[in-house]
Write a protein that binds this ligand. Structure first.
Ligand SMILES: [Zn+2]
Length: 283
């Protein structure tokens, strides 16, 4: 049930991560309910370069939701229900290699799911409140991120003199604790690049709704296996994110402006369901 929707809606969604709780100054706050419950917070609708944007703080204002308690399905559903088709998703991550120090921006092209307790699909066979029953649908996640969104994000970062790491694997752990040193060394030995706690199931759920999804991973610390000190602290993560949040906002502004206009998307994300009947109406 939608309590109140701005008729102008939005075409681009930004999901703000740790340390990133607001995006635009001039916003309309909209509360959206979904068949899966409430999203992390209100949606904040505004405009960047003539493009309608919906911002959603992933952990809620004030960061009250730990990664494993986030209602990822409600978040993606809510964004799509106001018209969003392309999502930019900044997140805080730990670097698995010494060269990926704090302040590194990595635009991953792969992810590994190491989470344990999250609902990762809309196609769970359980009826929705309106009685619709999702069909059994298996989408491809071989390439989990939007290729167009990735190029846009990379160009936006370069345009702000922030040379990004182009590609790499985002390892998503359950959290909320950080990795042990052995876990971190193992991730690194697999050739994975960074560690976060929210990239899954966010990317998979976006794909199931045929949304374009692009992750912008800001390294806030070196993960336990890549540093020699005491390990990561939450304060450290927030401090580094705060120091980089204006830079990240600038990159996102430019990326929003450069994303393909609504209706012109032609990437793999738009064909995720390949004509399969999901058994319910996409919002
Ligand atoms: Zn796409």
């Amino acid at each position: 049930m939608v309590n109140q929707v701005n008729p102008a809606g939005a075409e681009i969604g930004v999901i703000g991560g740790s340390g990133f709780y607001s995006f635009l100054d001039d916003v309309t706050e909209v509360q959206v309910d979904t068949p899966y419950g409430s999203p992390s917070d209100s949606l904040f609708l505004g405009e960047v370069a003539g493009r309608r944007v919906a911002f959603l703080p992933r952990h809620g204002r004030g960061h009250h939701l730990p990664p494993h308690r986030i209602n990822y399905r409600a978040n993606l559903w809510a964004l799509r229900s106001v018209g969003v088709r392309q999502v930019l998703a900044p997140c805080a991550v730990g670097g698995l290699r010494p060269e990926y120090g704090p302040g590194t921006l990595l635009v991953p092209d792969q992810l590994v799911d190491r989470t344990k307790s999250r609902v990762g699909t809309f196609f769970d066979g359980l009826p929705l409140p309106d009685g619709a029953v999702p069909n059994v649908v298996h989408v491809s996640l071989a390439d989990p991120y939007c290729p167009v969104g990735r190029e846009v994000a990379l160009a936006a970062a370069r345009g702000r003199d922030w040379e990004p790491v182009d590609g790499g694997t985002l390892t998503v752990i359950e959290g909320p604790r950080f990795s042990t040193r052995a876990e971190s060394l193992w991730y690194r030995a697999q050739g994975w690049s960074v560690v976060g706690m929210t990239g899954h199931p966010e990317a998979a759920l976006a794909r199931e709704l045929e949304l374009c999804y692009t992750s912008l991973a800001l390294v806030t610390d070196l993960d336990a296996g890549a540093e020699t000190g005491e390990g990561v602290s939450h304060e450290e993560v927030l401090q580094v994110f705060a120091a980089n949040v204006d830079r990240m906002r600038g990159v996102l502004f430019d990326a929003v402006a450069a994303l393909p206009p609504g209706g012109t998307r032609d990437c793999l994300c738009t064909k995720a369901l390949g004509g399969m009947d999901p058994g319910f109406e996409l919002p």
